[in-house]
Design a protein around this ligand. Sequence first.
Ligand code: CDP
Ligand code: MG
Length: 433
Amino acid sequence: MATFDDLNLNTPLRNALADLDFIQPTPIQEKAFPVVSSGKDVIGIAQTGTGKTFAYLMPVLKKLKYSEQKHPRVLIVVPTRELVLQVAGEIEKLTAYMNIRYQGVFGGTNIKTQSQLVYDGIDILVGTPGRLFDLAMMGTLRLKSVQTLIIDEVDEMLSLGFKHQLLSIFDLLPERRQNLMFSATLSQEVSELIGDYFYEPVKVEAASHGTPLDKINQTAYYVENFNTKYNLFKHLLNNESLSKVLVFAKNKKIVDLIHEKMTPEYGDKIGAIHSNKSQNYRINSLKRFSQGESRILVATDVAARGLDIHEVSHVVNFDMPEKASDYIHRIGRTGRADKYGEAITFITEEEQELQMEIESLMGKHITIIDFPEGVKISSVLLPSEMVNPADKSYYRQATLRDSKGAYHEKKEANRKENSGSPSKKRKKGKKKK
Ligand code: CDP
Ligand code: MG
């Protein structure tokens, strides 16, 4: 096994890593280091929790020499505010022995303050596409000195609808620059984007063997509806081994509903996070959960990406996500670094099709556990669960048709984002209403 001494690091970085008690680079860190150092464009693919942040930061920081010039030389674009703070935190750790100015910027905060900070001079700027674009438009942020562009979790930026801002930012960058992209998955749309904007990128992939998926024990229950899911969740919480539980629900409403219903009993042991909560509230909920002050954090998929929260014991998918790849991102919040993790998923009949897609994508089955006796099965539906019967019968047919495809045949097709699947068509149609 390689150690950090085998990478061609400089003393400040080595000291910072020693302070963190990090001795061995992860496979993606080891593989990406020489290629990123060579100055080439790089696409780095490795599963969640395998240290992609340091994989791009280490070689970039090594090259970054002290400078007095004002405009950023490294630009890191990430999809969410929480990730801005996290990446800035990682830069802080790695630059403990360096004289490097860095700043995180994101929406929902005072743009004038951020604009001033940027104007004062920075070396590394981390931000969400929207805020970066706004700062560039104000004229305070100049991007012509950027030597390295890093896009982290870019597929999420695209699904959040940030493509326009992202492309506008690309257009403001100098032609000669190094482009780096790190992600757990590579969608068709991202591949196309890279084809247009990256120059002869080298793909660096870490072997998937022994990586987080294998360290996450995945189980599921077949559950009928929200109220029954809720009863089951409460039942599972009786087990104290669920010590730090990240719960994903399908939308803001359901997140709020779970949060409100549980607050009388759990008080400040439960927090919630979604895009309609204020910035302070989001940061505070996340911080309390990270530090172990709260036991449960209920979230939408805003928290599925990239967040590195220490020792999440369980990820609970109260609802299935929209896309199979989101499932993998979500469960990747547990079983990080050298830890083991548990993922528990609640699956309704409608969600079973996505279960198959997920299993094909992973090449692995989720273990179904019998519904525990003594947990009340409710027949009370939420208004949103009362779908019209026509929709439902269409869905059944689609499921039947799809289930004919054999497990292994589907595998390859799914890797290339199975965009023609009935479930997606159905969802797209629904959204428009
Ligand atoms: O981006 P990705 O999901 O691959 O992972 P990350 O957010 O960079 O988190 C990796 C976690 O592993 C962090 O908590 C790091 O402190 C830790 N770690 C690392 O990055 N590199 C090592 N050599 C050892 C631990
Ligand atoms: Mg990451």
